[in-house]
Design a protein around this ligand. Structure first.
Ligand code: AMP
Length: 366
């Protein structure tokens, strides 16, 4: 740990990160820029972040002895994934500052809790019903109609733990498919685009959002992010204001993302909240070259209590994910002038696996 400084942490501080994937790797690289040393805690023998972090501990999230030594060795803890077990978060929070805090995790780990939280703020969400049994599912489908989307409340990502309930879908089969886990049924939102806001909130309440970005998914995995998004100024302002209110209500410290559906209605465009991610987010990767501060530097700043950085965009930006074999094109990508290649150091390019990404920044049109 670094020596105490009455103003809080400074360069030389040790940032603990739970999880060792590509998000932790990019956080560790940003932390190094700021003179902050990173200590990763993750269960895997090999992880993308280990090779760029000052230290790593391989341990189970339930291993209290390992967690206690980790907490002793760091000044502040953050995480790169929202499924940190609540007991792990509570154990660490009792020993060292944890940002974002336990409330952000509790709300965002469970789709039902999250939807209620967002709806209670008066923000638009898809209509939803809680589903704990096949009988609940039948009632929920009768109420919300078809199509609808059945999602497990917990542990869903990149479209996993989801079944679309279309006209002919057999409900018993859909219930089997999601493994009879507690779930929610969401009414289907007919959207024109998916957009997201990546933003940061600091402990003093200051808030800084990056420009709204537009996201295109393929096979439920983010394929392409474009900024600026094709969205009107009023809807963009509404999305950023929604993110600000969510951050405020969670007492959030760090970077987070709010994903929205953009809906074209009679009264114009409306943003409907889909999901909150309490961490740096794939749709914010464009900020590394496309904004004055990257989301990774911004998160390190926020959780260490440093001033937040400027979020202005540097041009028209695209971020393309390299999924599976697409990363094999690295040589051609590097040969293309003005592209920025990021590879995550994963040894095996399995289908659907995020191997890296490419950003391209072009001058803004007048
Ligand atoms: P999620 O894991 O909730 O982000 O959902 C993954 C993707 O499924 C979204 O990015 C949408 O493309 C689609 N999707 C999820 N929920 C809905 C919904 N209620 N209506 C329409 N499409 C949805």
């Amino acid at each position: 740990m670094s020596p105490p400084d009455p103003r809080g942490l400074g360069p030389g501080a040790v940032l603990g990160i739970l999880g060792g994937g590509q998000l932790a790797r990019m956080l560790a690289l940003a932390a190094a820029d700021l003179g902050v040393r990173v200590h990763i805690f993750a269960p895997d023998a090999d992880s993308p972040a280990y090779e760029v972090a000052a230290r790593h501990t391989i341990g189970a999230y339930e291993d209290e002895a390992a967690l206690a030594s980790f907490a002793d060795a760091v000044d502040v803890v953050t995480y790169e994934f929202e499924n940190v077990p609540a007991a792990t978060a509570a154990f660490l929070a009792a020993r060292t500052p944890l940002h974002p805090g336990a409330r952000a995790l509790a709300v965002t780990q469970d789709r039902l809790t999250e939807k209620r939280f967002v709806a209670d703020l008066g923000l638009a969400v898809a209509p939803f019903e809680s589903v704990d049994s096949l009988a609940d599912l039948e009632k929920a489908v009768a109420k919300l109609g078809r199509p609808a989307v059945l999602k497990t409340r917990r542990f869903g990502y990149d479209g996993k733990g989801q079944v679309k309930i279309a006209d002919g879908t057999d409900l018993a089969q859909a219930w089997d498919e999601i493994g009879h886990f507690p779930a929610i049924l969401e009414g289907f939102v007919t959207f024109s685009r998916e957009v997201s806001v990546v933003a940061a909130r600091a402990a003093d309440g200051s808030f800084a959002a990056f420009d709204v970005c537009e996201n295109e998914h393929r096979d439920h995995i983010l394929a392409l992010t474009q900024v600026p998004a094709r969205i009107g100024a009023a809807a963009a302002d509404a999305a950023i204001e929604a993110a600000r209110r969510i951050g405020e209500a969670l007492g959030y410290v760090g970077v987070f993302a709010v994903e929205f559906f953009l809906v074209e209605g009679e009264g114009g465009e409306q943003v409907v909240v889909n999901e909150i991610a309490p961490r740096v987010h794939n749709s914010g990767h464009w900020t590394s070259e496309g904004a004055q501060t990257s989301q990774f530097h911004q998160h390190v700043r926020a959780v260490c209590g440093f001033p937040l950085g400027a979020t202005a965009r540097r041009g028209r930006v695209t971020m393309q994910n390299l999924i599976g074999d697409q990363a094999n094109d690295w040589r051609a990508i590097l040969a293309e002038p003005g592209t920025h290649l990021h590879l995550y150091g994963k040894r095996e390019a399995r289908p659907g696996r995020k191997m890296g990404h490419v950003t391209r920044v072009l001058p803004d049109r007048d």
